[in-house]
Design a protein around this ligand. Structure first.
Ligand code: ZN
Length: 415
């Protein structure tokens, strides 16, 4: 679990032309303190995949929640978010409309990541949600590393959290388009384990290309990818940065989109650079390579991210496909009630799942608990009360629809 002892690694990204990100000073400081950080970054692609599905064509479904922050009224709409999500899925599924524009040198290794993003329909308490939360927040304009950021995060082992503050400013006063933390660089449960995209890029469809591609780019970081020009935030420095992916050639990175071959064969004559890669800074980003998608899938199947896509987690978050209706009322009933030695419990579920049932006395003590493999539709459970003392109890059933409760009276003798 050495990953959890890593210091925080932050990668910031430029927003649009004129809004470049600077090299991250914090990262340089980390390197001074921990030179082994480079090896740890390199090994992100070699993590052993646990619980990896058998076969090669699996699609990992990731439940997503957006947290949109605003001062007076949000300029980012739900429609903007949904458009971005569609584009995100096109990018990760190699379906984007620009695919035919990939230069021949890279067309053969452009790859689908096999990752699909779905808005969560259940919040952590089991309530129905659109997966897009709007918060009026006096701190909606973020300072990049402010400790007050990330106050709305839902468990990052269950949800991919996307923050959309109005803007993000670096310590030097410049604005950036977003940032993200590399997997394993934060302690488990840290609220910062999320990605950030500035609302300036998403609002009302303005700059939507940058917004959508920035979202894709930040997710690349969250799944373990570095910039194709290495672990700094500044492109056009030198040819020696490495992203530890074998099929992305050495490059200085690009802010523009070169037309002439000599301009994109700068580092090694005759070797084209992948300026169209989502992990570069150009405005024509449109692909991941096979090496990058393999690295992302290795991270996704490692212990850092391997809970997100399990069927249990998709049931919990309501992110399962085909989309299932969010149901909060399971029509819980108990009869007879009051009861002496046994009672019958019925409830209705939209789909099969494991539910937890318990009885709690009025002092909050759990006197009985069971896990039940419940089916879709009506369920009947016969509860024996022979070992339960007389008294008043709260019957609780925890399902993907939330927790339902009823009062149960256990009384012996005549009634
Ligand atoms: Zn970046």
């Amino acid at each position: 679990m050495r990953w959890f002892f890593l210091s925080v690694i932050v990668l910031s990204c430029f927003a649009s032309s004129g809004q470049r990100c600077g090299a991250d000073e914090g990262f340089k400081e980390l390197l001074k303190k921990d030179p082994a950080l480079i090896d740890k970054l390199k090994n992100l692609g070699n993590l052993s995949g646990l619980n990896r599905p058998v076969g090669t064509n699996e699609t990992f479904i990731i439940p997503v929640v957006f947290h949109v922050l605003y001062l007076d009224s949000s300029e980012v709409s739900e429609i903007d978010i949904r458009l971005c999500l569609k584009d995100l899925n096109d990018n990760f599924g190699k379906k984007n409309l620009h695919f035919n524009e990939i230069i021949p040198e890279f067309k053969g290794i452009a790859d689908s990541a096999g990752i699909r993003f779905v808005l969560a329909s259940k919040d952590p308490a089991g309530n129905c949600t659109s997966g897009i939360n709007f918060y009026e927040d006096p701190a909606a304009n973020w300072e990049e590393l402010s400790p007050t950021n990330f106050s709305h995060t839902w468990n990052s082992r269950q949800y991919l959290n996307v923050y959309v503050p109005q803007s993000v400013k670096k310590a030097d006063g410049s604005y950036i388009g977003g940032y993200a933390y590399l997997p394993g660089s934060l302690p488990p449960g840290d609220q910062r384990d999320a990605i950030v995209v500035s609302g300036n890029l998403l609002k009302n469809g303005e700059n939507l290309f940058y917004g959508k591609e920035t979202l894709t780019h930040e997710l690349g970081h969250w799944f373990g990818l570095l910039h194709v020009f290495g672990y700094v935030n500044e492109a056009q420095i030198d040819c020696y940065g490495d992203d530890y992916v074998s099929d992305t050639p050495p490059t200085r990175g690009f802010y523009e989109c070169p037309v002439s071959q000599k301009d994109y064969q700068f580092c090694q004559p005759g070797v084209s650079e992948n300026f169209q890669n989502f992990m570069d800074y150009s405005y024509c980003r449109m692909m991941f390579t096979q090496g990058q998608t393999q690295r992302m899938r290795n991270v996704l199947t490692s212990t850092i991210r391997n809970n997100l896509w399990t069927s249990e987690n998709l049931a919990f978050t309501g992110g399962a496909e085909p989309l299932r209706p969010c149901v909060t009322n399971i029509n819980l009933n108990v009869f007879p009630n009051p009861s002496a030695l046994k009672t019958n419990i019925t409830f209705e579920l939209p789909y099969a799942q494991t539910v937890v049932m318990n009885l709690m006395d009025l002092d909050g003590r759990i006197v009985f608990e069971d896990k039940i493999g419940a089916t879709a539709g009506w369920n009947l459970y016969n509860l024996s009360l022979a070992e339960i003392p007389q008294g008043i109890y709260i019957l609780r059933i925890k399902t993907s629809a939330g927790t339902s409760t009823m009062k149960l009276l256990v009384r012996r003798g005549f009634f």
